[in-house]
Design a protein around this ligand. Structure first.
Ligand code: F0G
Length: 374
């Protein structure tokens, strides 16, 4: 066996709708850690096998790399010379990086002033053409869909079915690691592509069709390779100010400090409701305060730093475990969608103790250290 891991496309090619001769455009994405969160379980006083799938460990720091490697591989195979997306930040970072890798152009539309610093830096350094629109993500999404209908640009938002095909591989890895599907899978929901992609992945593992798959429409060529018969209940958490699934329809002016999921008009609306129905899961919402508290708890107790949007899944799962909505003893996986380094402002603006400032002298430094040793 070749020990050099080379990413999603080469690992899962048999389960991806790519031409055999399509050359993989990869950064070695996937194979992210599945981290058991026993400290948090103990701190919360609940009983569960709780895991975080840390997608922040992907090459550009978010789960978007899984979908982008497949979408860009297909785009290049089809002869495309430029890709286009609207983004709250992570998609633009991944699009910019994979376009650089492929030697093609990336054009990204971002909402002005509402994108985390790290994500903007990534799009800049990889040489994307960045267009800040005076509008939000939903405006950007409407525009890129319109433009890509006539312009010679491949749309790489999750309405491109190759994106979800790549993202479904996270479910494969989880089933592989646990030896079965978890009882519950919790994710933050914005455009609702990722929750849909995971359901497609779990369904394929179980040898079951899902109506949520826009690519095969439930007539799945990858069924019949079942490694487990079970599928998890899928639970989607939204930020309270951007929670169309809780309101039952689009939210015109979504607001949340978790800018990654500041989305009022999800593109995978219908598919995500099918996931909800087929899996017997639910949607719920968290305040920005609850999201930040979960982000901090995870960082302090487990040493895992995720971005605010990602913490929504964990905060929601812990709350539902405490309430008994997720029964004691369950195996629960939370996707941590992005790395905390993406959004340093979220931390520097938080109510955390500032660095201590002292003279560059041994006695002064020793005093403050010993003071705090307890
Ligand atoms: N978490 C993070 C860190 C994200 O960047 C996103 C989406 C989500 C969760 C929600 O995933 O849209 O599949 O429900 N970010 C997109 C972007 C919209 O442009 O980067 P979803």
């Amino acid at each position: 066996m070749n020990a050099h891991y080379t990413g999603i496309v080469e690992t899962w090619r048999e389960r991806l709708p790519l031409a055999r001769q399509a050359r993989a455009i990869s950064l070695g994405e996937g194979r992210t850690p599945l981290i058991r969160l026993d400290n948090l379980v103990r701190a919360a006083g609940v009983e569960a096998q709780l895991y975080a799938k840390f997608e922040g460990a992907n090459p550009t720091g978010s789960f978007k790399d899984r979908g982008m490697t497949v979408a860009v591989t297909q785009a290049v195979h089809e002869g495309s010379r430029a890709i286009l997306c609207a983004s709250t930040g992570n998609t633009s970072a991944a699009a910019a990086a994979y376009a650089a890798r492929a030697g093609i152009r990336a054009f990204v539309l971002i909402p002005q002033g509402k994108i985390a610093l790290g994500k903007l830096a990534q799009a800049l350094i990889h040489g994307a053409v960045i267009v800040q629109i005076r509008g939000n993500f939903d405006d950007g999404m409407r525009l890129v869909k319109e433009i890509s209908r006539s312009a010679p640009l491949t749309l790489v938002n999750s309405v491109n079915p190759y994106r979800l095909q790549g993202q479904k591989t996270a479910a494969f890895e989880i089933v592989e690691a646990l030896g079965r599907a978890p009882d519950f899978h919790c994710l933050p929901v914005g455009n609702a592509g990722n929750i849909t992609a995971h359901w497609i992945g779990y369904s394929e593992c179980a040898g079951l069709a899902t109506a949520a798959c826009a690519h095969c429409g439930g007539d799945c060529p990858f069924l019949g390779q079942a490694s487990t018969r079970s599928r998890p209940r899928m639970v989607g958490y939204q930020a309270a100010g951007s929670a169309p699934f809780l309101r039952g329809g689009p939210v015109a002016t979504p607001e949340t400090a978790a800018t990654a999921i500041r989305i009022g008009h999800p593109q995978s609306w219908t598919a995500a409701w099918k996931v909800h129905e087929e899996s017997g899961g639910w949607f719920d919402e968290l305040s920005d305060e609850e999201i930040h508290a979960a982000q901090r708890l995870l960082a302090e107790r487990e040493g895992v730093f995720c971005e605010p949007a990602s913490a929504a899944a964990l905060g929601g799962a812990l709350r539902d475990l405490k309430r008994g909505k997720i029964p004691a003893g369950s195996t629960v996986v939370c996707t941590l969608t992005g790395h905390g380094l993406k959004d340093p402002d979220a931390i520097l603006g938080a109510d955390l103790p500032p660095p201590l400032e002292v003279a560059a002298e041994r006695a002064a430094v020793e005093r403050v250290l010993l003071d705090r040793l307890g």
